[in-house]
Design a protein around this ligand. Structure first.
Ligand SMILES: [Mg+2]
Length: 325
């Protein structure tokens, strides 16, 4: 039936379709800032012309993509690939269903920040992004997993960045795009009262305290220039940890600026490590220098706030198949 559906075009196209014909699911949130019906039609047309047989899952709220994708997979055992059209949020929902299924994920970047696409140099032009969807471009990469239940593709963290993320709302993102992140980043940085967290790397008996901690599997944080985990590799079986141990603003500004030249990892007040062991981050409730310390500190995963501390983080080796240029 699928072949018949594609055979209306021309003899040449039919032959082309017969060669590829990958059953592909498009996943997108129609209400997200970079998506509209015209974009989805364009993506669909490009994929169809290249010989992919597509079906669509349209969502309109956070969390819906993961739920619908899970149900779809239960009913469609012959699905060959998923294409997420959007930003880091919908990609995170997709990986939480696709982990260990071997079904490869393709990405067409249409989000606000597109941090993962920028880090991995995934093309933004639709036809170029689709060019990446070839068998030889499938990579088996690691994911991080929080509390044995939530996967992340890029990073999770706690500190002033989470305050900035929690101030963002969908309308601001839609209206001001990347400027909304920058504005709230600055505002959070200067108004945030640092809360002390304790980091433990279990097998290595490492214990240190600090005020901003990130566990990452990619090099950059938000922007390609912000190389917070400069040694991170996406498929090396380890996660990279970076922790700012100083709480004063001047040191923190120096640390942030040094990220852009990858010098921060040499600073005395920055802890940097790479590990395959379990990482535990918890709040130090014994510290009482500010009242914010009584409130549980929140943790973000791939740019969305996920849970409160404490968290237990592990690497999920070779968990995801993904198309990368
Ligand atoms: Mg790694």
């Amino acid at each position: 039936m699928h072949l018949f559906k594609c055979s209306f075009n021309s003899r040449n196209k039919l032959n082309y379709h017969k060669k590829i014909m990958a059953k592909t699911l498009l996943l997108y949130n129609i209400l997200s800032s970079g998506i509209n019906a015209r974009i989805i039609k364009k993506v669909s047309d490009v994929l169809k012309n290249r010989g992919f047989f597509i079906e669509k899952i349209e969502t309109s709220k956070v969390g819906e993509a993961a739920e619908k994708l899970k149900n779809y997979l239960n009913d469609n055992k012959d699905l060959e690939m998923v294409v997420a059209v959007g930003g880091d949020g919908i990609i995170n929902e997709a990986i939480n269903v696709l982990a260990y299924t071997k079904i490869p994920l393709g990405i067409i970047p249409r989000g606000t920040g597109n941090a993962f696409a920028k880090d991995r140099k995934i093309p933004f032009y639709i036809k170029k992004a689709v060019d990446v969807f070839k068998k030889e471009n499938i990579r088996e990469i690691d994911l991080g997993i929080i509390n044995d239940e939530k996967y992340f593709l890029m990073m999770c963290s706690c500190g002033f960045d989470v305050k900035a993320l929690s101030a963002l709302n969908p309308n601001l993102k839609k209206k001001f795009k990347i400027l909304a992140y920058i504005y709230h980043g600055f505002k959070a940085f200067f108004t945030y009262k640092p809360v002390e967290v304790i980091l433990r790397i279990t097998d290595e008996k490492v214990l240190c305290k600090g005020y901003f901690c990130i566990v990452s599997n990619v090099r950059s944080y938000g922007f390609p220039m912000a190389q917070i985990a400069p040694d991170a590799t996406i498929d090396d079986g380890v996660l990279d940890i970076c922790m700012f141990m100083s709480r004063d603003k001047l040191s923190s500004i120096a640390n942030i600026l040094a990220i852009f030249v990858k010098m921060h990892i040499n600073f005395k007040n920055v802890f940097y490590s790479r590990t395959a062991a379990e990482v535990i981050i918890e709040q130090d409730f014994t510290e009482d220098f500010n009242s914010d310390n009584k409130v549980p500190l929140r943790v973000q995963a791939d740019g969305d706030i996920y849970c409160n501390l404490p968290v237990k983080i592990k690497v999920a080796k070779k968990a995801l198949n993904i198309f990368l240029p």
